[in-house]
Design a protein around this ligand. Structure first.
Ligand SMILES: [Zn+2]
Length: 204
């Protein structure tokens, strides 16, 4: 039964991912996708369960929170988040001034393109994915809020789309809920939650 639900969900999510790739992210699928299942998938994943990531933040507060974010996925899931300085690199963590956008963090494919893969639950094609914080906003964030954004963007790179949670209470809310204003400012979340961990177990 669960597999059937997940197959149906995967079909819906393929469509969502396709729309997202066009730059139009529709409202999340219903929170009634299945008991206990609110995560949604990009249907693309890392090439191995050892994820090689590179810190290009230049250190300081950003570097420390990128390291903490990677460590949180490493300790909460079967994935090994390995900090490396040489190829192959799967994820680059960085920050940059983007001005007054409507996002505090972003995940891009290599060369700035939209991350994509050619088959459902295939491997990202344009590695390394680059996760970036927008310093316009994040320079003023406390350490754990920076970490919440880094960890959220890493979640995208690992293959998790935004959580289909109503966002009215903190119960069951995951790191992959889309706004840091609710996720962190209201719910105080900066570590992978039960739903996020379930998504990783499903993907890998
Ligand atoms: Zn996001």
């Amino acid at each position: 039964m669960m597999n059937l639900i997940r197959r149906q969900l995967a079909t819906v999510l393929t469509l969502v991912a396709a729309l997202a790739a066009l730059g139009t992210v529709p409202s999340p699928a219903s929170a009634q996708d299945g008991p206990g299942i609110q995560y949604q998938l990009h249907n693309c994943k890392m090439p191995s369960t050892t994820v090689r990531w590179s810190d290009q933040t230049g250190g300081g507060a950003y570097g420390q929170q990128a390291i903490e974010a990677a460590a949180s996925w490493d300790s909460a899931t079967p994935l090994t988040m390995q900090l490396v300085g040489a190829s192959p690199i799967h994820i680059i963590a960085d920050q940059s001034y983007w001005g007054k956008t409507d996002w505090a963090g972003l995940t891009q494919g290599a060369g700035g393109g939209i991350p994509s893969c050619t088959s459902v639950m295939g491997v990202w094609q344009n590695l390394p994915l680059k996760i970036m914080l927008n310093t316009y906003f994040t320079d003023d964030y406390p350490a754990n809020k920076k970490q919440s954004v880094f960890a959220h963007e890493m979640g995208h790179a690992l293959g998790i789309f935004h959580q289909s949670h109503p966002g009215t209470t903190c119960g069951g809310l995951g790191l992959m809920y889309y706004t840091v204003a609710f996720r962190y400012d209201v719910c105080g979340q900066f570590l992978p939650q039960t739903d996020d961990v379930a998504a990783i177990h499903y993907i890998y």
